[in-house]
Design a protein around this ligand. Structure first.
Ligand SMILES: C[S@@+](CC[C@H](N)C(=O)[O-])C[C@H]1O[C@@H](n2cnc3c(N)ncnc32)[C@H](O)[C@@H]1O
Length: 416
């Protein structure tokens, strides 16, 4: 809908539309569309108001895929993956995140402080679960002290190859807990990192641990007004789900992608405007690089488009995503709340840390609506598992045991 005709408005509402559209340099048509769009997305206010017209993906626990399952949240950050899994019926049983600022946000949002350093957590302390989710950091692997020959024939080569990396800790937990499903997220270049070696070690480790692995780079631009490509890795244990679980990654939502205009605050504080000095520096820097034929430089947004990727470095000068403010004023950086929206975090979640920490946290996070779309596809496989293998209680799968409860095999569960 690009045109809108509104009849029968009271005089005071008409006057309000006229003055607001004038102040915002919009036509009345554009202004009314913007108000409607914000009502649809629940944005445009800081009061945590829910969307007036919930979009399809925001409807929690759709009946066709809703499944009760448990999960653990490792390398949790501020819980972007948790938001996604809870939205499709998951119940979090354990979380780990060592950064104290992230822990603060996590506590404010979910009421619990995650356990700290994953390297100090014994897998026996981690409760059983159906889904293991993690946005693990990516590090290069080197074979330390063990020749390739020696590592052959061992139960899982990953122990030699990944020793000393966080992926080693992750794989050790996966092996110990026999997590039925994995939902991992990482940067797009995981596949090309260290000449492709990192990716091949990850893939062969997960396959060696018994998983059928699916991976796809997804651009969040279908869900939020940001170009953000991230790799999602989903694993199903073959012992439980067989060789060919019917998993597919989600399609982009079937509705117009949101625009940056929809996430901008009406009256951001003046402190977000760049100083003349910084703005001058950024322009000079960009000019020098242009002259050398390089594309580096600041990124001024078009409010009707999408932004570049929000990075964890955004707090430094915010140069990759700047909001123009007319010819006379330097542009401004996004506010932390705008960053939250750019990532798809709802306004109802309070920002409880400093601006610097908030920028870092949102820049490091997963986009919850994208992860939710992936998680929803996972729940379809859980349902398929129950539907195709009866109540499935003969298998010692926590997934199946949980699913068994809703499929009436709680008695079997007690025996198992
Ligand atoms: C890419 S971020 C994950 C972001 C998360 N998916 C989100 O939505 O916020 C990786 C996280 O792993 C945490 N981390 C790194 N090393 C860790 C360790 N040894 N123990 C626990 N957490 C760790 C970092 O502090 C960081 O928050």
């Amino acid at each position: 809908m690009s045109e809108i005709l509104v009849r029968g408005l009271p005089e005071d509402v008409r006057a309000w539309i006229a003055s607001e559209s004038h102040e915002n340099h919009l036509s009345q048509n554009e202004f009314v569309l913007r108000v409607l769009h914000r009502a649809y997305s629940g944005r445009g206010s800081n009061n945590g108001q829910l969307p007036l017209f919930p979009p399809p993906s925001a409807s929690r626990s759709e009946p066709d895929t809703a499944v009760p399952f448990s999960f653990i949240d490792l390398f949790a950050g501020i819980g972007g993956l948790r938001i996604a899994l809870e939205a499709v019926g998951g119940k979090c049983r354990f979380s780990s995140e060592w950064d104290k600022h992230c822990q603060r946000t996590y506590k404010a949002w979910f009421g619990e402080t995650p356990s700290g350093d994953i390297r100090r957590i014994n897998p026996s302390e981690i409760p059983d679960h159906d889904v293991l989710t993690a946005g693990f950091p990516c590090q290069p692997f080197s074979i330390a002290g063990v020749s390739k020959k020696n590592s052959l024939g061992r139960a899982h080569g990953f122990k030699d190859v990944t020793q000393g990396t966080l992926f080693f800790n992750l794989a050790t937990i996966i092996e110990a807990k026999q997590s039925p499903v994995l939902l991992l997220e990482n940067v797009k270049n995981l596949q090309s990192h260290d000449g492709g070696r990192t990716w091949s070690v990850i893939l062969s480790t997960l396959t060696g641990l018994g998983y059928r692995v699916f991976a796809k780079v997804i651009d969040a631009a279908g869900w939020v007004p940001q170009h953000r490509e991230r790799i999602f890795i989903v694993g199903f244990h073959r012992r439980i789900f067989g060789e060919a679980p019917p998993f597919t990654f989600p399609e982009e939502p079937n509705r117009p992608a949101p625009k940056l205009r929809d996430i901008l605050e009406e009256q951001p504080e003046a402190k977000y405007t760049l100083s003349d000095q910084l703005w001058g520096y950024l322009q000079g820097y960009a000019k020098r690089h242009r002259e050398k034929g390089n594309g580096f430089g600041f990124g001024l947004i078009n409010p009707d488009g999408i932004s570049r990727t929000l990075s964890a470095r955004y707090f430094k000068d915010g140069s990759e995503i700047l909001v123009p403010q007319g010819a006379r004023r330097p542009p401004r950086r996004l506010t932390p709340r705008e960053c939250a929206r750019l990532m798809g975090f709802p306004d109802s979640l309070p920002i409880v840390v400093s601006d610097t920490q908030a920028y870092k946290q949102f820049g490091n996070a997963v986009v919850p609506p994208v992860a939710e779309a992936v998680a929803r596809q996972v729940t379809k496989v859980l349902r398929w598992r129950v539907a195709t293998r009866g109540n499935g209680c003969l298998l010692k799968s926590r997934t199946v045991r949980v699913l068994g409860e809703i499929d009436g095999c709680a008695g079997e569960r007690k025996r198992g």
